[in-house]
Design a protein around this ligand. Structure first.
Ligand code: ATP
Length: 974
């Protein structure tokens, strides 16, 4: 396969060579031009494109112009994120190859440090000549700023405008940046701007983006693979707040302490048995069962972890654990779980309350956690003849309220348990300024404004005793995949695409072109060093830092969590080693820390924040000391993240080295495959502080990483399959919204909507006609009378005239009446009002629809138990719900045409958006894993929230099933 791939790549590269030669030919000929003449090329190209030449026709000349501009700028000063740099780059031939690949919609895989930032400038320049907005997508705001400052130097010299979107910018500032030829920014900013433009703007002036023409995604694997696991969501506060986290927290935290006490007792009993020299095999087996219980109740129990440093104990325990989780032992596992207050499935990220736990929380209340079966209760009430209609209605309401209350309690408890048992401060989140802030697992950056979904964030707020924010409701959402599929042209760059090449092809139709390096890479990657415990591992890391430091070699230590970066920092302080820390808590001086990291004797501890895109320049004398040395303090779940960290050194042919440190206590090793490594270590009889290091072991560690990667791929694919359903609907709604926003005369659209609604109603009347009998127009006439303040004479409804003629007759009456209304309105605001009538009808209904779709998505998961494919069910129901939605939109528009007036509500001011949140949920590495029979607690509580949806569906305009006589949407469906 490799050979095949290699030969394909070689062919692609060979095809590009003549283009490279032509670029260099033009480049040589331009040297005779004056600066002004070279700069005039930009205008010349634009004109040639207007006259019909294509971007491909002018590619070689345009790239040569960029190359020559770079040459002419050599030695000039440019301010980049506050630091003055001297321009010192003219693209190498391999960079020209990368630039061609990018224009041709490929992913250019170029090794770390090969200068991708510069490569992108050429296709950006070329494509921007078309007059459309081209975008460069980076992984964080800092890189967007850095690259737009740095590369803007060349682009601006050539007469282009360059913009950069930053998180704190106002809509007006954003509009200005998008108006530029080239715009730099992060994927979330681009995605959220799109959602706000398409889903929330009420007039053309509120929109900020102008185009989705061509985007180059830098670090494409990070954005389209890692970030793509969770969608971008804009959320507003929920209409009502029902949570009880604050009330429930004390009892859950007592439960947590109670469980700790119980496990400590089990732990000491097990230890006593194992300490006995003459313990029988049965006794030992019992001890391991006790330990397995401790593991089930608290996988990171400190004493247990300490005990497991002993390979023999670890092995026996792993065996016991596997035995308990085998299919044959399900009943036994359940029994064991019932001896604890709750059990934890770390891979599946779920916490399951046992009967014992339920009793502890609600002593004596046997059915406190039993969700009422609403459909049965409703049907019992209905068939109870002793009740009159009012009493039935009252009973139904009571049952519904009891159901809602219980479902909420169960959901809240479950989320609190997850918050207590599975989420650690300074690992998945930090607490700052009285807020819980997610730390992005892949980039190590704090994500203010992002929230965990489904109440988990509030549960964490309760756990940390900070202000509990109100629940949110989705107002607009899109997956990263579907956002980027919208572009006419897409391209990407990264140092690490290869592991995900298939996914890029399948989802984005992007091929990977592997570009050779300019100079051979000099990096020395040593084998991993493996220790039994984290303690020994950290000690060894400190020794290695001290050793480099003595020799003057700068060191960059990458950590996965803030917690570990701080621990290493404390250890270094004790050794009096001067160092800098870069993590989610200390990131204000990021640019300075990075600038200093390559100086002699520098020691920098950084989370993944410095793992990607960061360019560390080497100081004087550092090459002689061996270049930058990179130490990884743990393997990440994803191999690409590790490779990116290594790639911080040995850039552009410089010397450099790297080494990873691992312990059997690391999450990756604990959860995904320490068995093999543990048994090798046991065979070798390792002593405290001793390490193991062999290339074979690297392979089994990569095997563990591969397993996690596969699991993540499955999650992404699933997210996308579900979003594809939503996407079709989103495209329809946003397409309509866009045509309303951009229409010069919205009245035409308004009348179209009304006409369609009327035609459909008439068609329905004809459809139910009994053969040869007259059409019954009573339903249509009732609707017309309710909706329009106009009399419609009986003569309009003569079925012999045919459907179309009747609809047109009705429409003519409406148009006449509307013409009179127009004369009374404020002419300046009328177009605004017409847009408002359509947009507000769509937005209100669409947001309710999104809410219902969320619930549906969770609800259908349960059906997999009934051998039904949840995705198929989801598609079917989503389709039906969407058809109903479109009917409601039309009805609401019709109802408001005469009801709303410019005089009453006047033209809109832009809506204040202070209460809007952008949510790009935090990731957790093992989410979705292991979802099988072991997640029972979580599932019923989810079901609880969604059972309502499992009742027969009720249309919004149907009579309400509660019997009130009102429409469903005006009663229980409100
Ligand atoms: N043509 C060139 N001539 C001289 N130096 C160059 C050239 N191209 C890039 N460089 C230098 O190479 C270094 C790496 O560049 P850059 O940060 O763009 O790499 P990268 O490919 O984006 O790396 P990463 O994959 O780590 O993000 C920078 O210091 C840059 O100045």
């Amino acid at each position: 396969m490799k050979k095949l791939f290699g030969s394909r790549n070689a062919r692609v590269l060979k095809r590009m060579q003549p283009l490279v030669d032509r670029i260099n030919g033009h480049f040589a000929s331009y040297s005779s031009l004056s600066d002004v003449e070279l700069q005039a090329k930009t205008q010349e190209f634009r004109e040639r494109l207007q006259k019909g030449e294509t971007l491909d026709d002018i590619l070689c000349e345009a790239y040569a112009v960029v190359k020559d501009a770079c040459r002419r700028l050599l030695g000039t000063k440019v301010e980049v994120t506050g630091h003055v740099l001297s321009w010192d780059m003219v693209p190498f031939d391999v960079q020209l190859v990368g630039a061609i690949a990018l224009h041709q919609n490929n992913i250019a895989e170029m090794a770390t440090g090969e200068g991708k930032t510069l490569v992108a400038v050429m296709p950006l320049y070329l494509n921007a000549l078309s007059g459309r907005n081209v975008q460069l997508v980076t992984v964080n705001d800092y890189l967007a700023r850095r690259d737009s400052d740095w590369m803007g130097h060349v682009l601006k010299w050539l007469g282009l405008t360059v913009g950069c979107i930053q998180n704190e910018m106002t809509p007006a500032q954003r509009r200005e940046q998008y108006a530029c030829d080239v715009t730099y920014g992060t994927n979330s900013e681009f995605g959220f701007d799109y959602l706000r433009d398409m889903g929330m703007a009420m007039s053309r002036d509120e929109m900020v983006q102008r185009d989705h023409f061509y985007a180059i995604v830098d670090e494409i694997d990070s954005i389209l693979i890692d970030e793509a696991r969770t969608p971008l969501i804009i959320a507003g506060p929920a209409k009502v707040s029902t949570h009880m986290f604050d009330k429930l927290k004390p009892s859950v935290s007592t439960l947590f302490r109670q469980q700790s006490k119980l496990l400590n007792d089990l732990m000491s009993e097990a230890r006593d048995i194992l300490a006995k020299e003459d313990a029988s095999p049965e006794e030992k087996d019992h001890a391991y069962l006790l330990l397995a219980k401790v593991q089930l109740g608290m996988p990171k129990h400190k004493q247990l972890m300490r005990l497991m440093e002993e390979p023999a104990i670890r092995k026996a325990l792993d065996k016991k654990d596997a035995e308990m989780h085998s299919d044959n032992n399900r009943g036994f596992l359940q029994e064991v779980k019932e001896t604890l207050y709750f059990s934890i499935d770390e891979k599946g990220q779920e916490a399951e309350l046992s009967e014992k736990g339920r009793q502890f929380l609600r002593p004596g209340e046997t059915d406190a956690f039993v969700i009422p079966d609403l459909p049965t209760i409703f049907s019992d009430i209905d068939s109870d003849n002793s009740l009159d209609d009012n009493a039935k209605l009252e009973k139904r309401k009571q049952a519904q309220a009891e159901y809602d209350n219980k479902a909420e309690i169960i959901h809240n408890i479950s989320q609190l348990l997850r918050a207590f048992c599975l989420f650690e401060k300074d690992v998945q989140y930090v607490v700052q300024d009285n807020k819980v802030i997610i730390v992005d697992e892949f980039t190590g950056r704090p994500q203010p404004g992002r929230r965990f979904s489904e109440g988990l964030h509030q549960a964490l707020e309760a756990k940390e005793d900070v202000q509990i924010e109100r629940e949110t409701q989705t107002l607009a959402s899109i997956t990263i995949q579907n956002y980027f599929r919208m572009y006419d042209k897409l391209a990407g760059m990264t140092g690490t695409a290869e592991t995900e090449a298939n996914e890029f092809k399948a989802i984005y139709n992007l091929d990977v072109v592997v570009v050779p390096t300019n100079r051979p890479c000099m990096r020395k990657d040593s084998d991993d060093r493996i220790y039994k415990t984290q303690r020994e591992k950290y000690k060894a890391i400190i020794e290695e830092i001290a050793d480099c430091n003595k020799r003057g070699q700068p060191v960059l230590v990458g950590t996965i969590s803030v917690e570990v970066s701080e621990l290493l920092s404390r250890m270094l302080q004790r050794r009096n080693i001067v160092h800098n820390v870069l993590n989610a808590k200390h990131h204000e001086s990021e640019a300075e820390i990075v600038a200093r990291a390559g100086q002699l004797s520098a020691v920098t501890i950084a989370t993944n924040m410095a793992g990607r895109g960061t360019d560390i320049k080497l100081g004087a004398g550092v090459k002689e000391a061996g270049g930058l040395h990179v130490i990884g303090s743990e393997r990440h779940d994803s191999r690409r993240i590790d490779r990116q960290l290594r790639g911080r050194c040995a850039r552009q042919g410089d010397p450099g080295s790297s080494r990873f440190y691992i312990s059997l206590e690391d999450n990756l090793m604990r959860l995904f495959g320490s068995d093999r490594v543990a048994s090798i270590m046991e065979k070798m009889g390792l002593q405290e502080g001793e390490e193991l290091s062999h290339s074979l072991l690297n392979r089994s560690i990569e095997g563990a990483q591969r397993r996690v990667e596969q699991q993540h791929f499955a999650i992404r694919k699933r997210t996308l399959e579900y979003d594809d359903v939503m996407n079709k609907q989103r495209v329809t709604i946003y397409g309509l919204r866009k045509s309303i926003l951009l229409a010069d005369d919205p009245r035409e659209l308004l009348m179209d909507f009304i006409y369609t609604a009327i035609s459909e109603k008439i068609d329905e009347a004809y459809a139910v006609r009994i053969k040869n009998e007259a059409v019954d127009f009573s339903v249509v006439r009732e609707w017309l009378a309710r909706t329009f303040p106009i009399g419609f004479g009986a003569d309009l409804f003569d079925s012999s005239r045919g459907q179309e003629s009747i609809a047109k007759g009705i429409m003519a009456r409406i148009e006449d009446a509307y013409a009179i209304k127009v004369r009374m309105e404020n002419p300046d605001a009328l177009h605004w009002l017409e847009r408002y009538i359509m947009l507000s009808a769509m937005d209100g209904v669409y947001q309710e629809h999104l809410y219902a779709m969320d619930a549906l998505r969770q609800g259908v998961q349960l059906r997999s138990y009934g051998q039904r494919d949840p995705l198929v069910e989801y598609k079917q129901e989503a389709y039906e719900m969407f058809s109903r939605l479109m009917d409601t939109v039309k009805d609401d528009i019709c109802a408001n045409v005469f009801r709303l007036s410019t005089i009453a509500i006047g033209p809109a001011k832009p809506k204040p958006q202070t209460d809007i949140q952008e949510v790009h949920e935090g990731f957790n590495p093992f989410e979705g894993a292991g979802s099988g029979g072991a997640t029972e607690t979580a599932e019923p509580q989810r079901a609880a929230i969604t059972v309502r949806r499992a009742q027969p569906k009720v249309g919004r305009n149907d009579p309400c099933p509660c019997g009130s006589g009102k429409k469903y949407k005006a009663c229980c469906g409100r």
